[in-house]
Design a protein around this ligand. Structure first.
Ligand code: SF4
Length: 288
């Protein structure tokens, strides 16, 4: 993908390939707290070399275009679930599925200070959702690593008094979305399982009064190609996909990630990566 660097005025500037924000770069064995996001952990799992080059060496990879349509469906779903939260009612999809004992969780309000030190009262669920400024945070054991992530939603099982981790997913596929086919062995949807597990792990670290349920859900909306054409509308099917949360294994994988960035040894690359293969081919002809 071609990604040209611009400054805040939209003017083209020279791309260095390095991150200029020093606080984003980790020095092996540093003592100062350092945040690692859920997506950072995912990067580590996909390729520990690229993760290391980014976190420790400060390499800056080309950006990706923003998926505005996906963001919009997330925003609209959040609005819909927030209304149910306010009304203390189950969502229509849950009523349809006979799950009317599950409602969006009302975590109450919390006070947040902005960068100027001004205090503001906000719904806690919105703070947990805000990956950029707050999100869910958990210190990993007694290390300086603060794990973080922005969750889409948390629901509450009134029967078991447990909290349920939720993520909204948007897609467009001609194949019907179903529990039986959503997680094919080794498919890329496996990273969604990690995502749900990671959020559950973060919430467990908050020591809330309710336990985290073993049940978690993806609320999948699938854009359909309909016969009558666009007419200013995209029709979506909506499917609840269940995932049984597992968090015990995460301690080991997170420790492995921390060991990696505390080492001066650069890990090996992932042989299946098309980006690295492309760079290798470029290096044959480029003398930049
Ligand atoms: S294989 Fe290379 S380009 Fe791909 S993720 Fe790893 S270091 Fe990055």
């Amino acid at each position: 993908m071609i990604d040209l660097k611009r400054n805040s005025k939209g003017e083209f500037v020279e791309a260095t390939g390095l991150n200029s924000q020093a606080w984003r770069i980790y020095k092996p064995n540093q003592k100062k707290d350092f945040p690692i996001s859920r997506s950072g952990f995912e990067d580590f799992k996909k390729c520990s070399r690229c993760f290391y080059l980014k976190i420790v060496k400060g390499f800056q990879e080309p950006g990706m275009p923003q998926f505005k349509l996906n963001e919009l469906t997330d925003t609209l779903l959040k609005k819909e679930f927030d209304q149910c939260r306010k009304d203390r009612k189950p969502h229509r999809k849950f009523i349809e599925k006979g799950l009317d004992h599950i409602v969006p969780y009302d975590a109450g309000l919390t006070i947040i200070k902005n960068s100027k030190g001004e205090e503001k009262k906000l719904p806690l669920i919105d703070v947990w959702r805000d990956a950029k400024h707050h999100g869910l945070k958990r210190r990993f054991k007694d290390t300086n690593i603060i794990l973080r992530g922005g969750i889409d939603d948390v629901w509450f099982n009134k029967k078991t008094k447990e909290l349920i981790v939720v993520d909204y997913k948007s897609q467009a596929s001609s194949k019907e979305v179903s529990q039986d086919t959503y997680f094919p062995k080794g498919g890329f949807h496996d990273s969604y399982k990690t995502q749900l597990n990671f959020y559950a792990y973060l919430i467990k670290g908050l020591n809330l009064k309710y336990k985290i349920s073993d049940d978690s859900y993806l609320y999948v909306v699938n854009g359909l190609e309909v016969e009558k054409g666009f007419n200013g509308k995209i029709i979506f099917s909506e499917t609840l996909i269940h995932h049984k949360v597992e968090t015990d294994y995460l301690d080991g994988e997170i420790q492995e990630m921390i060991n990696t960035i505390n080492s001066n040894k650069i890990p090996t690359s992932n042989k299946s990566c098309k980006n690295c293969a492309y760079s290798r081919q470029r290096s044959v002809i480029d003398t930049l």
